[in-house]
Design a binder for this molecule. Structure first.
Ligand code: HEM
Length: 419
């Protein structure tokens, strides 16, 4: 029976169609083999283990990132494949603490993902790629965050804290649950805008979040908030500023050492950075630490006892210097940041010229390589029973505990707000 006669398709056309399909199939097969070979057999990172999918494609890493599960997934990958792994075709992740100095040391270069930290083409400190290019910016910022300045800011911080405590009391009286995500953000935004730019946002007084919404919107656009805050700070004039803020310190520093003076655009970029870097990180740390305390009455009791012994007069305010010397309080803060580091995930750098070798695994120069606090902070060989919130573990911290603890990153590009 001539099946095709009626449709007019001749046997020669059929043969050529079949031929085309075969050629296409073979071409696809050859490309697939070439692709797999380029990612697995001949790739410069072929000696580094990882899940087959992750070595073939960036999709698993991307998928886990959009699910908000990237840090957990990387921990699982380390458990399966060891301390040096491929998490994407061109990305390596390390969990051994021997990697910290090599990756975040003086030769560290941040990858292109940091390019987005900019205002109108001017990079924020965090976006500057290497130690050299960030040197003068950090030199301009760091004195403003010195211990002495922090101590001078204490009364300002205390004032906002009092408003926060007033709210907590109101909630307690009316037996209202507290949305700590919201209220700690009000607190940290009020504090950071005040200590950084001398602005009184007063979200705690009004209990109103419109400012956060405005900042988020304006950040996406062009840093309008920062420009407005800078202008009102400048027009207030030195004599009328109620106290010394971070912006004034930066300006003063630039006058003393002109090599650290910032341009107008750099000032705006840094204001945006300080506003973002200093608000959510601190709010989330406070929120998670309170959550841990809320579910651990034993820890709460012990903390109360230590505070009551150190500050017997309940009307006395808690000063930073005395607080710092309380070992249990110190352990509570450390455990909060260990288990709930607000920046827990992979901080990527390029492997420096000449490459690095970690756990006897060579990582070629230019490879994207990083570590994540989330993994090291939960290493059971360093922190036994790692998921347990145990402030006492810091009483006699081992060298390994100290090395593996990096909530503020490490090395010459660690957080400037660390103190
Ligand atoms: C609990 C609070 C905080 C934590 C856990 C934290 C953590 C970090 C981390 C992990 C980095 C390195 C990011 C990277 O390499 O991609 C960083 C950088 C930075 N942080 Fe913080 N931060 C905190 C608070 C602050 C505060 C209060 C400020 C300022 C007001 C601040 C300003 C900065 C700046 C300017 C950088 C960039 C440093 C550089 O690139 O050289 N941070 N922070």
């Amino acid at each position: 029976m001539d099946l095709f006669g009626s449709s007019g398709l001749s046997s020669s056309r059929l043969a050529s169609t079949n031929g085309l399909i075969t050629v296409t199939f073979l071409a696809a097969l050859v490309s697939a083999i070439a692709f797999v070979s380029s990612r697995i057999i001949s790739h410069p990172l072929k000696h580094i283990p990882g899940s087959t999918l992750a070595t073939l494609s960036t999709w698993p890493l991307f998928w886990q990132s959009i699910r908000g599960k990237r840090a957990n997934w990387i921990v699982q990958q380390h458990q399966k494949h060891g301390p040096v792994i491929r998490i994407a075709p061109h990305k390596v992740c390390i969990s051994s603490d021997t990697g910290i100095k090599l990756i975040y040391g003086n030769k560290a270069v941040k990858t292109h993902v940091y390019d987005t930290f900019r205002y109108r083409g001017v990079k924020m400190c965090i976006g500057l790629p290497d130690v050299k290019s960030a040197h003068s910016r950090r030199k301009a910022l760091l004195p403003a965050f010195s211990r002495q300045n922090l101590l001078e800011m204490e009364p300002v911080i205390r004032n906002h804290l009092q408003h926060f405590l007033d709210w907590l009391e109101k909630f307690e009286v009316t037996n209202t649950p507290v949305d700590t995500f919201k209220w700690f953000r009000y607190l940290t935004f009020d504090v950071i805008t005040d200590i950084a730019f001398g602005q009184q946002i007063g979200m705690l007084q009004s209990g109103d979040s419109h400012f956060i919404g405005q900042v988020e919107l304006r950040n996406q656009r062009n840093g309008l908030y920062a420009i407005r805050a800078r202008d009102s700070w400048a027009s207030a004039g030195e004599a009328n500023r109620p106290r010394v803020d971070i912006l004034s310190r930066i300006e003063e520093g630039g006058k003393v050492d002109p090599s650290t003076a910032l341009s107008d655009e750099e000032v705006i970029a840094e204001m945006m950075e300080i506003l973002n870097a200093g608000s959510d990180t601190t709010a989330n740390t406070a929120m998670f630490t309170s959550w841990e305390l809320a579910r651990r009455p034993d820890v709460q009791t012990k903390l109360h006892e230590e505070l009551k012994a150190a500050f017997p007069d309940p009307k006395e305010s808690l000063d930073i210097e005395r607080l710092e010397r309380l070992p249990f309080f110190d352990g509570v803060c450390r455990e909060g940041l260990r288990l709930h580091a607000p920046i827990p995930s992979y901080l990527e750098r390029y492997s420096p010229p000449g490459g690095i070798t970690v756990c006897e695994v060579p990582i070629p120069a230019g490879t994207i390589v990083g570590m994540q606090a989330y993994t090291n902070h939960r290493d059971p060989s360093v922190y036994p029973d790692p998921d347990n919130f145990a402030p006492e573990r810091w009483y006699e911290a081992t060298a390994a505990m100290k090395t593996n603890y990096f909530p503020f990153s490490a090395g010459p590009r660690a957080c400037v707000g660390l103190k």
